[in-house]
Design a protein around this ligand. Structure first.
Ligand SMILES: C[S@@+](CC[C@H](N)C(=O)[O-])C[C@H]1O[C@@H](n2cnc3c(N)ncnc32)[C@H](O)[C@@H]1O
Length: 206
């Protein structure tokens, strides 16, 4: 089954709030985005799924794009928002997306860790390189080294901030630097704990 079919099936079969990655209030994403997003520049939530991050950023009056492989997921958010047309929705693959403008903030919660193939990771960092404005910042959250080995029944690669920036350097030498890192533990709706790492990347001055 292709990844797109997998994700459409997942979002079509279960209520938003029953998904293991569901958050009623999307923290620490919201605080991080508000801290790091240069005012006036657009924000992109890659693999945003049905996340409620867009609700808050849209209410802040920010120019937000949500990209996801699953049109079903994006429809959940569209149906929930009062003004869905204020948001740009892209059904697409982050590893092959060709953005037509530059973003001040790239947000990824629990997407990069699904890219178990080197060519996918190369595509991801090529997209990030094309999408990020010169003063832009990328917030990339994945399962931490002590996190689960699978998510949504798919294998994942777990990272530390050091291993994530090392992978960025392998795929896009000299393009990005790590400007911050942190950790948090997500509690799933069933009460299981999932440790995440947070890597905050900026462009390297070239
Ligand atoms: C675990 S969910 C996280 C969703 C959202 N970021 C959140 O925190 O609620 C992973 C999401 O990544 C999306 N996804 C997986 N692979 C993708 C890809 N190659 N390009 C774009 N989206 C992808 C899935 O459709 C799904 O919505």
């Amino acid at each position: 089954m292709s990844d797109q079919k997998h994700w459409n099936k997942v979002y079509g079969a279960r209520e938003e709030a029953a998904l293991t990655w569901f958050q009623d209030r999307p923290e620490p994403s919201l605080s991080l985005v508000r801290t790091h997003a240069p005012t006036g520049l657009p924000i992109v939530d890659v693999g945003g799924g049905a996340s409620r991050l867009v609700d808050h950023l849209s209410a802040d009056g920010r120019d937000v794009t949500v990209l996801d492989l699953s049109g079903e997921a994006l429809q959940v958010s569209r149906d929930r928002l009062d003004d869905p047309d204020a948001v740009t929705w892209v059904t697409g693959d982050v590893t092959a997306w060709q953005p037509d403008r530059a973003y001040g903030l790239w947000h990824d919660r629990a997407v990069f860790h699904f890219l178990t193939d080197g060519a996918q990771r190369a595509g991801y960092f090529a997209t990030l390189d094309a999408a990020l404005a010169p003063q832009g910042v990328a917030v990339i959250m994945t399962f931490a080294l002590d996190g689960p080995e699978t998510c949504s029944n798919l294998p994942v690669i777990r990272y530390s901030p050091d291993s994530l920036i090392a992978e960025a350097e392998r795929q896009r030498p000299g393009a990005f630097r790590l400007i911050g890192d942190d950790r948090f533990v997500h509690e799933t709706p069933k009460g299981n704990e999932q440790p995440f790492q947070i890597s905050i990347l900026a462009r390297t001055a070239r």
